[in-house]
Design a binder for this molecule. Structure first.
Ligand SMILES: O=P(O)(O)OC[C@H]1O[C@](O)(CO)[C@@H](O)[C@@H]1O
Ligand SMILES: [Mn+2]
Length: 423
């Protein structure tokens, strides 16, 4: 299965890259913190080498020994896995649910750094995320330019024209999800070509296309909005780099077109799945754009900083997003976050990992309804924008999955297909 390939090949590669990254920063740690920095680096590397060895030799998953705020929840989850009636007994790397052990690896990487001051704030994936941003420069310029031109006459657009633009930017954000770095084990995965040019040709690759549903929901929310109440959209972010910029453009469009009054972004509180967006990545990206040597790029960055200052854009991170739990347990494990999401008119979930967590990462028949796979997770109307990079897919027409499978056995993991799936 794809899970086997991931645990056997991809995850050890990612760990090796993390170890290399620390090696490469040795001088920097020394310059910043002296001998203490170098000692901390050595301890972190030995912790990570041990982790890689445990993984590759299928050792049991061990309780977390750090005192970070989520440690108890992780250890409870390990107990839960141990006691599953249909489980394999003692959880180990090759004998446990993929979602669980993969999340666990990223949590252990975090522990390797967090437990070792003075390098405890070092994000081992930061360089890769920045590189993805810079290598997508041209695509970012093309998108920012298109968008700023659009803003010039957005007031004159009729409903049909607004809908067209909404669909375009939704698709850019969907295909932006091709650009993650965990899929390629950290290898370059930037957006090279203009993101708007090929949208028409990519329509056939959108296997579930609920863009109309998302549109009607927003139009109706606006029409039915009560005096003094706001239409709110939440974007549960995935990757930094080009994908994040495409999400920010979409969010700006929602405000500028007055389809929404506020947008709340949800990011990760620790480095996650190589390229996922943390608060630092979020602010860094907006700063980079603002100070770019390109008029439309910097216009975007400056406007977005203004949106944050005005409070019409809000960034939040919550520990739940980096726990191993699927979303059906959110109301129990993180009732505060669930209640927060209930305040939204529309939740946009970006990316593959969020899709796995929405559907419980189960081996569903492809024709099982999305609503059923969500297993009662429904804080508000929601829509997933995801390119297929793991073998879980629901909500297809009967026979649709089988038909693609016959000619393209890799269709579920190649990132070539996508869904805009609404519940
Ligand atoms: O950034 P995304 O879209 O969540 O993708 C993350 C990648 O990590 C995985 O979730 C697991 O390796 C893949 O399914 C996917 O390729
Ligand atoms: Mn990701």
């Amino acid at each position: 299965s794809f899970a086997y390939f991931t645990i056997k090949d991809r995850l050890p590669q990612i760990l090796t890259r993390v170890i290399d990254t620390l090696h490469r920063h040795k001088n920097e740690f020394f310059e910043e913190h002296g001998e203490k920095g170098v000692e901390a680096e050595k301890r972190a590397i030995s912790f990570l080498s041990k982790l890689r060895n445990e993984l590759q030799t299928d050792k049991p998953v061990t309780p977390l020994e750090d005192e970070l705020p989520d440690a108890a929840l992780w250890n409870q989850y390990l107990d839960y896995q141990r006691n599953l009636p249909n489980g394999n007994g003692e959880p180990s790397w090759f004998q446990s649910p993929w979602l669980y052990v993969e999340c666990y690896m990223y949590r252990r990487i975090h522990a390797a750094l967090a437990q070792n001051p003075p390098i405890d704030n070092f994000d081992v994936f930061k360089e890769g995320k920045a590189q993805n941003f810079f290598e997508s420069q041209e695509a970012i310029i093309a998108l920012c330019t298109y968008f700023q031109e659009l803003l010039k006459n957005i007031k004159d657009l009729d409903e049909k024209q607004l809908q067209e633009e909404f669909f375009k930017l939704l698709q850019v954000s969907l295909w932006g999800n091709k650009c993650d770095l965990s899929f390629s084990a950290g290898e370059d995965s930037s957006q090279k070509s203009s993101p708007l040019q090929s949208l028409e040709n990519m329509i056939p690759y959108i296997l579930v296309n609920d863009m109309e549903k998302a549109w009607s929901l927003l139009v109706n929310a606006k029409k039915n909005r009560k005096e003094g109440s706001n239409v709110r959209v939440d974007i549960i972010l995935d990757n930094a780099g080009f994908e994040l910029v495409s999400d920010l453009v979409l969010a700006d469009f929602l405000l500028s077109s007055k389809l929404a009054d506020e947008v709340h972004f949800h990011g990760k509180s620790i480095p996650w799945y190589v390229s996922d967006t943390t608060k630092h990545d979020f602010n860094w990206t907006i700063k980079q754009l603002g100070s770019a040597n390109h008029m439309w790029m910097s216009r975007c960055g400056i406007n977005w900083e203004g949106n944050l200052k005005k409070g019409v854009w809000v960034f939040r991170d919550h520990m739940f997003w980096t726990l191993p739990h699927d979303f059906s347990s959110m109301s129990e494990v993180a009732p505060d976050l669930y209640a927060e999401l209930q305040k939204s008119n529309l939740l946009l979930f970006k990316g593959d990992l969020n899709y796995r967590k929405l559907t419980g990462d189960r081996k569903w028949e492809c024709s099982v309804p999305f609503h059923q796979a969500l297993n009662k997770f429904h804080p508000a109307p929601l829509c997933s924008l995801r390119t297929l990079k793991s073998d879980t897919q629901v909500g297809l027409k009967p026979g649709q999955g089988e038909q693609i499978q016959a000619s393209e056995p890799e269709w579920m993991v190649s990132g070539k297909y996508g869904v805009v799936q609404f519940d």
